[in-house]
Design a protein around this ligand. Structure first.
Ligand code: SF4
Length: 884
């Protein structure tokens, strides 16, 4: 195929990798863009699988009102008329927009402008509230601006990198791989992982601090106190460039070593090693994400980290800085345009001067005078009827917001729910009155900004399917119908970008960190060809800027940074007799957010294919691997697969955040989470909820494979859908009797057309194959316990039906013909290498990751599986030594 590859930016995490999409005979393949500064050619397995997620299955392709297709003009007219009526009857505060870190900057800009500048209310918030709102407030308190000081390069240049509240290896794999390579090149570099769990990120750690959940702020206060006691503060920097050091240093004196160690659940030796590593490092980066931010005291935790950097002068220099890394591809872009309800636009807030300035720029006298409601408040206002119309864009709050069942119930009472999305059936579109088909990644065209302030282009390389439109176009069309024609007469996203860039520099004069006025004159072609560039981009920094604050000047009026004296607090909810364990929510390696894209890729489902809960075996000795578990909190319950793991800390249960109602019957983890928020940032405490575990007794467990896309799940108490090529695959379980499940199975089988072949195994075992014209249509396996199946062989039989009676019999038993051993769960998703295959290779003599790579190729591409390869090798060595 000769067509040139299209350079774009990954759809997923905040690393913001450059991707080359190469057209193939059919579809596209993704590879890393060697010229992109974020990844320098690397991609993780999610990015590598982008080409496998481009199909149109499940897409929303036409505007719909009450689930019926309508024309665009009908849909837009209806949206405008209903919004207008609500504004007329109840005022602008009765309307809210809820956006997403997956919107492009141009989309975000237009939505924010319409809500805050023309409708005249502050109620534009975003799912980024759930991701990094605490980091934003932490930066603003310290620096006077929401400005990330570092670049990814600083991770490589540091003497010591602290990773805290971040399973970087799984959540930001390419940033982690850069660190892996840096450590390989400079083994003297120190890596410290602070996490209650021993995660894959610990693989390269010189020191892992398994601290008590939520005690991070005390740890960093203790570290600052220790640096003061060791004479490691930068007094010159403190006196010339900061305020607040006296109060802050006085406050951290409350955190001597013994007290800090006890509070954090660490040994004195661990703590002292930590302090010594910091003291010995001239260049220090602290990388943090949701484990810090998602807390009822997340802002204080951020400032405890920043205090340490300011007081030791480890900021504004190569290899230094407090570095918040975001979960979404354009969380930073949303912050630039003012997408959070407590921002106005372009790093301006709600001072009289800012409101007047933005009003003049937008030529509107209706700019909101005050901040709006943040995400949790906004959905509470919907519930209590204050907000009567909400427009949700590109996000799935009924899965991702805390207390998600209550959010669902509240939304059901909202008089007008408008949803712009790419998928037709999500938890949130099910609650919508009007659905508007948006363009997806690969179809839309605009810019995003990653965690290191790098603006990159997301380029379209696919035609828009059906009637899907860009979000900026949809919002502009509604704005025009609301009477704001002139301000929203955009024809091309480059016009929007230029306006956004112009506003960033408007009467700025160095007072606001975000300034890309140097890009305000780009022609359409120059915008189209824009190379990645880190803001600010202005007269002083025409090529952008890698690192901020190298001149010691910050954005408070006196140009000084602020140290903030804080009082560390533990999470609000603690374990009780009824709920004796603490649930920690997070990400897994091969899925992203609520799975609407990654859930399509079969390859990404083979690593972990069902929602699970990971716990220490001694916390629930009666629950075994593979059992189903009812996980309950005071807010709801889930049904999940049990994953006991001795590496999981006692008292703590890890549950992934990804599964939605389209992928599993009862696995929306946020339904269990109470909506406690940080008082300054409004970010929910999503990682600390008291729960209980109970084994769920099943009458049978099974798996169902059906040709094609039968999205309707079976009527069983437990089901999980697993993407497979050309086949719908469910894992199932129920407490009812076999007679009942046979009756629902009949719904899937047109008995007059299909030939069935079945085998009954004792009382509760039943296997069945259904054929039509020699092709396998359905395979079903139900046993008293979870059946052992060779899933790949079963899926393959849908494409290559077995030829002999013996092969058919093997398939009926759920095996390949010769009873080949299953490869096990996929560990290396790049090359499809399974756990059992790897363990076999280890048994046969492979004793290093390199040897496994040479034999099986596993771990030789993106490297994300290397920590798991090492774990399997270690287990094998333990087994071997036990046998010898
Ligand atoms: Fe995409 Fe993040 Fe993976 Fe990079 S690290 S390829 S941005 S998911």
């Amino acid at each position: 195929m000769n067509s040139a590859a299209i350079s774009t930016t990954c759809a997923y995490c905040g690393v913001g990798c450059g991707v080359k999409m190469q057209p193939q005979q059919e579809g596209f393949t993704a590879s890393g863009d060697g010229a992109h500064p974020a990844n320098l050619g690397r991609l993780c397995v999610k990015g590598s699988a982008l080409g496998e997620t481009l199909d149109l299955e499940g897409r929303l392709l036409h505007p719909e009102i009450d689930r019926q297709p309508v024309s665009w003009s009908q849909a837009l007219d209806t949206v405008a008329q209903r919004l207008q009526a609500i504004i007329r009857d109840h005022g602008p505060q009765a309307v809210a927009f809820y956006g997403s870190g997956q919107l492009l900057t141009e989309d975000y800009y237009v939505a924010n402008k319409l809500m805050k500048g023309f409708i005249g209310a502050g109620n534009m918030d975003t799912n980024s509230r759930l991701c990094m709102a605490s980091a934003v407030v932490g930066y603003k308190r310290a620096f006077g601006a929401d400005a990330v000081p570092c670049s990814y390069q600083d991770l490589e240049l540091a003497d010591c990198v602290i990773l805290t509240g971040s399973n970087t290896a799984w959540a930001h794999p390419v940033a982690y791989q850069r660190l892996v390579q840096a450590k390989k090149a400079r083994p003297e570099m120190r890596i410290i992982v602070i996490d209650p769990r021993q995660t894959a990120t610990c693989d390269i750690a010189d020191l892992h601090l398994p601290l008590r959940p939520g005690s991070d702020a005390a740890l960093f206060c203790g570290a600052l106190n220790a640096m003061a006691e060791r004479g490691r503060l930068d007094s010159g920097f403190l006196s010339h460039h900061t305020e607040g050091s006296d109060e802050t240093l006085a406050a951290v004196r409350n955190w001597p070593e013994e007290k800090t160690a006890a509070f954090c659940g660490l040994s004195l030796t661990q703590l002292q090693t930590f302090y010594q590593m910091i003291a010995d490092s001239d260049r220090l980066v602290t990388l943090y994400s949701m484990g810090i931010n998602q807390s009822s005291s997340g802002v204080d935790k951020c400032n405890a980290i920043i205090n340490l950097h300011l007081a030791t002068g480890k900021i504004g220099r190569e290899g230094c800085g407090p570095f918040s890394i975001t979960g979404q591809p354009n969380a930073m872009g949303g912050r630039e345009v003012g997408g959070l309800a407590n921002q106005l636009a372009a790093h301006m807030g709600f001072t009289a001067d800012d409101i007047e300035r933005v009003g003049r720029f937008w030529k509107s006298d209706n700019v909101t005078k005050s901040a709006g409601l943040n995400a949790v408040e906004l959905f509470r206002a919907i519930e209590n009827g204050e907000i009567k119309a909400v427009w949700i864009m590109g996000t799935n709050p009924l899965v991702s917001l805390p207390d998600a069942d209550r959010v669902r119930a509240g939304l059901a009472r909202c008089p007008l729910v408008i949803v712009s999305d790419v998928m037709r059936d999500t938890d949130t579109t099910r609650a919508a009155h009007i659905c508007l088909p948006a363009q997806a990644w690969g179809e839309k065209n605009g810019t995003v900004t990653n965690s290191e302030r790098c603006i990159s282009r997301q380029r379209a390389f696919l035609p828009a399917p059906g009637e899907a439109k860009p979000d900026w176009w949809i919002v502009s069309q509604v704005a025009q119908r609301l009477g704001f024609d002139e301000a929203f007469a955009y024809q091309h996203p480059a016009e929007i970008f230029r306006e956004h860039a112009m506003l960033s520099g408007f009467e700025n004069n160095g007072s606001r960190a975000f300034d890309i006025s140097g890009l305000a004159q780009l022609s359409d072609r120059e915008w189209d060809e824009l190379r990645p560039v880190q803001w600010p981009v202005n007269a002083a920094n025409p090529q952008g800027r890698e690192r901020l604050f190298s001149d010691g000047r910050f954005f408070h009026p006196d140009s000084k940074a602020r140290l903030i004296a804080i009082t560390p607090r533990l999470p609000v909810n603690q374990a009780t007799v009824t709920y004796p364990l603490i649930m920690n929510t997070g990400r897994i390696r091969d899925q992203w957010h609520t799975m609407t894209r990654t859930g399509k890729a079969s390859r990404l489902m083979q690593h972990i294919s069902e929602p699970f809960c990971q716990f220490h075996p001694e916390d629930a000795p009666h629950i075994h691997a593979g059992d189903l578990v009812r996980v309950s909190s005071s807010h709801g319950w889930l049904l999940l697969r049990a994953k006991p793991d001795v590496l999981q800390p006692r008292g703590s249960v890890f549950v992934p955040m990804h599964w939605n109602s389209q992928f599993s019957q009862q696995a929306r983890v946020d339904a269990l989470v109470e909506a406690y928020t940080d008082p300054l940032s409004g970010q929910p405490e999503s990682k600390h909820m008291p729960i209980s575990l109970r084994r769920w007794h099943t009458a049978w467990q099974g798996e169902l494979f059906i040709r094609g896309s039968h999205l309707t799940p079976p009527a069983t108490a437990y089901w999980s859908r697993i993407a497979q090529p050309g086949v719908t695959h469910f894992a199932l379980a129920d407490a009812s009797t076999p007679a009942e499940w046979l009756s629902w199975l009949n719904e899937y089988i047109p008995t007059e057309q299909w030939t069935c072949q079945s085998a009954t195994l004792g009382d509760t075992g039943f296997n069945l194959l259904a054929w039509s014209d020699g092709e396998l249509q359905l395979a079903f396996y139900a046993h008293r316990h979870r059946p052992e199946l060779e899933r790949l062989a079963i899926v393959a039989a849908f494409n290559q039906p077995p030829q002999t009676a013996q092969q058919r019999l093997a398939l009926l038993a759920g095996r390949a013909e010769h009873g080949n051993a299953s490869a096990g769960a996929t560990i290396c998703s790049c090359f499809g290498v399974g756990e059992i295959t790897i363990a076999d290779a280890a048994r046969q003599g492979c004793s290093s990751v390199q040897q496994l790579g040479a034999k099986l190729k596993c771990g030789t591409n993106c490297g994300s599986c290397i920590p798991e390869l090492k774990k399997i090798l270690a287990e094998q060595i333990t087994l071997n030594s036990g046998m010898s």
